[in-house]
Ligand binder design. Structure first.
Ligand code: URA
Length: 200
């Protein structure tokens, strides 16, 4: 990590801008290449990520890794982060079940995401799912209708969105899981082509 990114990560570890720090184990800051051309933004850390302190290392992370590999994108060349950096959950017996962050929590975390984008300076930011897309593209953004569209930003990068990898895990049956995985991989392939066009 660059010194500047590392400094932000250290400050974010003490973030108290919303109440999620009280129940999360730790701030899960983004990680990956500090010169990445591609930044992936998820919703929030899950149970495994909360414990590990790293984004996308649990079941959704495995789907993400598979999609990246099939799309020819090396995860080590990418910067991976979340719109919200604490795990929001509710107890169900001994399990901690994911709870969607609300608008206040997303807004409270936004400065960290903005800093990551400012310091990494990616060419393309891919929102994984509705929470990240609505955080960066506005509350009316619909992933179902607008996935794959490119939204150029004044800072010079482009933002686009696809589904959240967890939605593939939740697919009703094997056939829909397979087609959703294929569509996700295709979205990532298009992103890869976009990146190659930028550097041509
Ligand atoms: N889901 C997310 O949105 N982010 C993670 O880091 C893990 C699961």
């Amino acid at each position: 990590m660059t010194d500047a990114l590392e400094e932000v990560r250290i400050v974010a570890a003490e973030c108290r801008a919303c109440d999620l720090w009280k129940t999360g184990t730790q701030t899960v800051f983004g990680e990956g290449s500090e010169t990445a051309q591609l930044m992936l933004v998820g919703e929030q850390p899950g149970d495994k990520e909360d414990l590990a302190g790293r984004p996308f290392v649990g079941p959704a992370g495995r789907i993400l890794d598979q999609g990246l590999e099939e799309a020819g994108i090396d995860r080590s060349s990418v910067y991976v982060t979340n719109a919200v950096k604490h795990f929001k959950w509710e107890a169900r017996g001994k399990r901690r079940l994911h709870k969607r962050p609300d608008a206040t929590e997303i807004a409270a975390c936004r400065p960290w995401l903005d800093k990551e984008i400012e310091l990494v300076q990616p060419r393309v930011v891919v929102c994984l799912g509705a929470t990240a897309a609505q955080a960066l593209l506005g509350r009316s953004f619909k992933v179902t209708k607008q996935r794959g569209e490119l939204f150029p930003q004044p800072a010079g990068h482009v933002i686009t969105a696809t589904v959240h990898p967890s939605s593939i895990l939740r697919a009703a049956d094997a056939a829909s899981r397979e087609s959703e995985m294929a569509a996700f991989t295709e979205d990532l392939r298009l992103v890869n082509r976009q990146l190659q066009a930028f550097s041509a």
